[in-house]
Design a protein. Structure first.
Length: 483
């Protein structure tokens, strides 16, 4: 089921127009029009009304992951196909920087074809010059050797501008520095000397693709990159196009908000609706039943976002009463408040959104609870309990209520996925940065990695919720056993 959901959504996103690549091209087109530039002739391809060099277009396709067929892109997203990282395009015999302090060029071998037709040569002169001893620390207590701090020195003319990527190295031991380079320091006659081992760099970078020359590119294009298995199965959901952050970090920021409002609305709905449904069943056709039914169905007929907007107008200041703040999750500077002030501020920002979240579920849960209890009150075992002389309270709350909760329990698993789903319209009205708003804006902006990340979390919650419902069903109903 999970694979079917992800395959379907992934395929649709890859095929629909207006993807991230097209949107980026439209931005370039708008920039060219504002700058008064005109597209000229030469080695250009026209895509989406823009004339762009084929090499630049290929780099954009590679950046957004559209350089491979759909099935390979899906396997790469899952982590079952190696992903090219930090790809650099070369032309034959051209020196080009591929990583910090490292240059490479592809030299034709005169034999074979594709990647076998070229051999990589390396230039580490800048790397060897920049990694230097920055500081020597005295031996720690109980140690015999000093600790040497090796740092990447950034030069400005003949002067050292600043140091980066400082790494502690023990004399006589190899230590891996940033960029897969290993370093060793030894004391010589002229002081400390840094020795670098670049074999890991040589083994890491490979020629992954060779594009033969054509009319627009007289020279072959050689892609040099390093690959690794990175995807969903390795815990990597990708990187957001919009936020320029890992998808996990983007989603993690929304977790507290969505879980808070989701759990609050979930718990309050059940704490209110189940007792209300029970008393409506006991007092069936009474004034209390009729009045509460009118209120419940009135709330059900009002969309949550519309009710939220009305509540903000009435109680958010301005024309009427200034009781609650105009949205957002917390006030600015909430971290600096006292404990009591934090609690009261959070409650002030919670009441109106939670009412808007809950209003739609009130009628459903209440009516299901009432009808289920009414049905059980008419069963033979209930009449038998009354005939034995049991008190009405015991018959209702001990015998009938347990069986009446079975329909409610079967829906608990489904509601687990709704805890994090959020509501775009309600979050938009109250300016709450939750899952609903994130999912909607990600779809509009074609931020596919974030969309897929939310899909994965939502699908897993729904699947685990269904399993939880089955288990809870068996716990409540003794007639159900998994054998």
């Amino acid at each position: 089921t999970f694979l079917g959901i992800t395959v379907l959504v992934f395929t649709i996103m890859q095929l629909v127009p207006g993807g991230p690549l097209e949107q980026e091209l439209l931005k370039l087109q708008a920039g060219m029009m504002m700058g008064g530039e005109a597209a000229g002739g030469g080695d250009m391809n026209q895509v989406g009304g823009i004339e762009i060099p084929p090499a630049a277009l290929e780099e954009m396709r590679r950046f957004y992951g559209f350089d491979k067929p759909i099935h390979i892109r899906y396997l790469r997203w899952l982590g079952l196909w190696p992903r090219e990282m930090d790809g650099v395009t070369l032309t034959p015999n051209e020196w080009k920087k591929i990583s910090k302090g490292v240059r490479a060029r592809a030299v034709p071998t005169g034999a074979g074809d594709g990647a076998d037709a070229y051999q990589l040569e390396w230039d580490y002169s800048d790397l060897l010059e920049r990694w230097q001893v920055a500081e020597v620390l005295p031996p720690a207590e109980g140690a015999s050797d000093s600790t040497v701090i090796v740092a990447w020195l950034k030069f400005k003319g003949a002067w050292v501008r600043k140091m980066e990527d400082s790494t502690a190295v023990q004399p006589g031991h190899w230590t891996t520095l940033p960029g897969e380079v290993r370093a060793r320091v030894d004391r010589g006659d002229e002081g400390w000397k840094v020795t670098l081992d670049t074999d890991a760099v040589n083994a890491k970078w490979k020629i992954t693709e060779v594009t033969p020359p054509d009319d627009s590119n007289p020279a072959p294009r050689i892609v040099v990159a390093w690959t690794r298995f990175s995807g969903l199965l390795t815990g990597d959901l990708g990187r957001s196009y919009v936020y320029a952050e890992p998808v996990g970090a983007v989603i993690k920021k929304r977790f507290p908000v969505s879980i808070y409002f989701g759990l609050t609305g979930f718990l309050l709905s059940y704490l209110v609706c189940i007792p209300l449904g029970v008393f409506k069943a006991i007092k069936h056709t009474s004034r209390f039943d009729v009045a509460t039914s009118a209120v419940v169905f009135l709330g059900y007929s009002i969309p949550g976002w519309a009710l939220g907007a009305v509540l903000l107008v009435l109680f958010g200041g301005g024309s009427f009463w200034n009781v609650f703040p105009l949205g957002e999750f917390r006030s600015a500077g909430w971290e600096t408040f006292s404990t009591w002030h934090k609690i009261t501020d959070q409650l002030h920002h919670t009441i109106l959104p939670v009412v808007a979240y809950m209003v739609g579920s009130f009628a459903t849960l209440t009516v299901v609870m009432k009808n289920s209890l009414l049905e059980n009150l008419g069963q033979d075992y209930v009449r038998t309990a009354f005939a034995k002389g049991l008190h009405e309270r015991r018959v209702v709350f001990v015998h009938a209520l347990r069986n009446s909760l079975i329909p409610i329990a079967t829906g608990l698993g489904h509601l687990l996925s709704l805890i994090l789903a959020g509501s775009y319209l309600i979050e938009k009205v109250f300016n709450i940065q939750g899952f609903g708003l994130l999912g909607f804006t990600s779809i509009i902006k074609r931020d596919y990695p974030v969309v897929l990340g939310i899909l994965v979390i939502g699908s897993l919650l729904r699947l685990f919720g269904n399993i939880f419902s089955d288990i809870l069903y068996a716990v409540i109903d003794p007639r159900i056993r998994f054998k």
